[in-house]
Design a protein. Structure first.
Lengths: 329, 285
């Protein structure tokens, strides 16, 4: 049974269609990245999942429970950190966590939870005086109460400093290892890419693409692998490379072989052949499409005239790897 | 059974909020305060004879009929809409609380605060009444306490229902003011408008009024409460706060005590139920 199953979900608000026949599912145990630009419908999807908003059509189910008729059962198994929450101003951090513990009928130690999210020192302070980052840590702690089977995190890194963001990733991985499914909604691509098994990209209320980051990369144009070599590559090697399944072109300069390949396996096979050819394999770089580019193409459409991503916009999708690692992933 | 956790959490918040403290203090002041003033006046007076119990409790009841609706609505108007506006509803209903849990827990919490303050204030009234005043009536006083608590609950329910059904604190504030104006001012206007529309010119004010006039008039919870207080402490004689029935009107069921008691009970029950039904299926975010 999938952890989350969204079927033909449509939500209209006063003439505006926020979600348009949306369907996707998240298997149990997965860390699913839910990406989309602002206003794409990510929070609306979450609000439907947790019963804050009623669907106009279609359905949402969590662990088989219907989001409208069995919302309470869903929230018993879910820890949620929702964008736009506000703390109870006159209630301390410990009391916030205690509220979550009572509501979930859990037996967590509130101080242990606060310690885990790094604000044990602030346990007795009223949350009204918290910085955004401290409030965010507290809210993450509240979501962890009761070892939920599903963690729904909507823009969880909001307000967190780099250390907080790193700790958040660690918490997500720990929770996932424990067995929790994680639904990670964000418009911050690097956050999603760093931690998610699979991503779905939402735009204008529709899922425009879905898959592992590697799958999504492969769906786009081929990546360019540039191999630095000691001697010029013979034409026979280039012909051999062009015959590799997934390789679209292979060109040579005096000390470089430039291969355009679609998918990680094709690149790896091409690299292996160049290494075995004995022309002196020195180094290689790849221009894999970053999730940022995938996001851009998925939400805005393909760039006209683009044939690859050979550093044309100077972003940080470039990896440099020693040959001994035999790959770029 | 998580309405209990909502109740407990909400009480914790209300106890710490200035508005919650203010509601409790004001309720106490307008009940206990009157009794304390009477006691002080009596203790410092040289004339000797204490005022009658009924007169003072009638005064307390009349004052409560004017201020308790507003205090009660102030105490509950923010219960849900403030959580929506401040964002904490994402905790309240992100936890495994059903909307009924949230609504019932909030209703009970706000009712408890108002009822506790009212009871505390009326205990002081009782202490003064049974200690100093002439001819105290324990049964009438107990019935008065019950009627006053019910009267307060009507408006706790109205404030909560508005809080659950409207989308902003501004709307709810407008709603509670409008409710007060409706019951205190527009209700008698509507009664008169009915007479003007249904009777020929020049005969609108001729007694007896039709029975609907009283059925409608005493459905107003404020009128219903005033009627009950007037029965308990003024033998149902003339009061400036109601249309006083005369002649054939005295036989109308609408001017009877059971009708007013039933009207209060209906308001106590119907308002929160209707509010919940509308709240249950709303989009909250």
């Amino acid at each position: 049974m999938p952890a989350i199953e969204i079927s033909n979900l449509t939500k209209r608000f006063a003439g505006v269609t926020a979600l348009d026949d949306l369907s996707f599912s998240v298997p149990e145990g997965e860390i699913f990245g839910f990406l989309g630009p602002n206003g794409a419908g990510k929070s609306t999807t979450i609000n439907v999942l947790l019963g804050f908003t009623r669907p106009s059509a279609g359905s949402a189910r969590v662990f088989g429970h219907d989001a409208v008729s069995e919302s309470k059962a869903i929230r018993r198994r879910t820890g949620a950190l929702l964008e736009g929450y506000g703390v109870y101003q006159r209630v301390t951090a410990r009391e916030h966590v205690e509220r979550a513990i009572r509501a979930k009928d859990a037996d967590d130690d509130p101080d242990a939870i606060l310690d885990r999210v790094g604000i044990a020192d602030a346990a007795d302070r009223k949350a009204g005086g918290f910085s955004k980052g401290m409030a965010q840590r507290m809210a993450i702690g509240m979501a962890l109460v009761g070892e939920p089977d599903l963690l729904v995190l909507d823009e969880p890194s909001t307000g967190l400093d780099p250390n907080g963001t790193r700790e958040l990733r660690e918490v997500i991985r720990e929770e996932n290892r424990r067995g929790a499914t994680v639904f990670f909604s964000s418009h911050l691509i690097d956050q999603v890419e760093a931690v998610c098994d699979r991503v779905g990209i939402l735009a204008d209320g529709e899922m425009v693409t879905e898959g592992s980051v590697a799958d999504l990369r492969a769906q786009l144009d081929a990546a360019t692998v540039t191999v630095t070599v000691e001697r010029a590559a013979p034409e026979s090697l280039l012909a051999d490379l062009r015959g590799v399944d997934g390789v679209e072109s292979a060109e040579a300069t005096d000390n470089q072989v430039i291969v355009s390949a679609r998918g990680g396996d094709a690149k790896l096979r091409a690299l292996n052949r160049i290494e075995r050819s004995g022309i002196g394999f020195a180094d290689f770089t790849t221009d894999d499409p970053s999730l940022e580019e995938i996001f851009e193409v998925a939400t805005l459409g393909p760039r006209e005239g683009r044939t690859g991503r050979a550093g044309d916009d100077g972003h940080d999708g470039r990896d440099t790897v020693e040959p001994s690692t035999e790959g770029d992933r | 059974m998580t309405w209990q956790t909502v109740l407990r959490d909400d009480l914790q918040g209300v106890r710490r909020s200035r508005l919650g403290q203010g509601v409790a203090a004001t309720t106490f002041a307008f009940t206990a305060g009157i009794a304390i003033l009477v006691a002080l006046a009596q203790l410092t007076s040289t004339s000797g004879e204490a005022p009658p119990f009924d007169t003072i409790v009638l005064l307390v009841g009349s004052v409560l009929s004017m201020i308790l609706p507003f205090i009660a609505m102030l105490g509950s108007y923010g219960a849900i809409v403030q959580e929506r506006e401040h964002g904490s509803v994402r905790f309240l209903l992100g936890f495994p609380n059903s909307r009924l849990d949230a609504y019932a827990g909030k209703y009970l919490s706000r009712s408890l605060v108002l009822s506790a303050a009212t009871t505390a204030g009326l205990l002081v009234v009782a202490a003064v009444g049974f200690g100093i005043l002439r001819e105290p009536d324990a049964v009438a006083f107990l019935l008065f306490v019950v009627a006053t608590l019910a009267f307060g609950l009507v408006f706790v329910g109205v404030g909560l229902a508005l809080s659950a059904v409207l989308d902003s604190e501004t709307q709810v504030s407008t709603g509670i003011i409008s409710t007060y104006v409706l019951f205190r001012g527009l209700w008698p206007v509507a009664q008169w408008a009915g007479l003007y529309l249904t009777r020929p010119d020049g005969q609108q004010g001729i007694r007896p009024y039709p029975e609907w006039y009283f059925y409608f008039g005493r459905l107003d919870p404020i009128n219903a409460y005033v009627k009950l207080v007037n029965v308990l402490f003024n033998d149902d004689r003339f009061t400036p706060l109601l249309t006083n029935p005369q002649g054939a009107e005295l036989d109308y069921l609408a001017v009877s005590t059971p009708y007013s008691a039933a009207a209060l009970v209906v308001w106590v029950v119907v308002v929160p139920v209707v509010g919940y039904r509308l709240f249950r299926d709303r989009d909250l975010l």
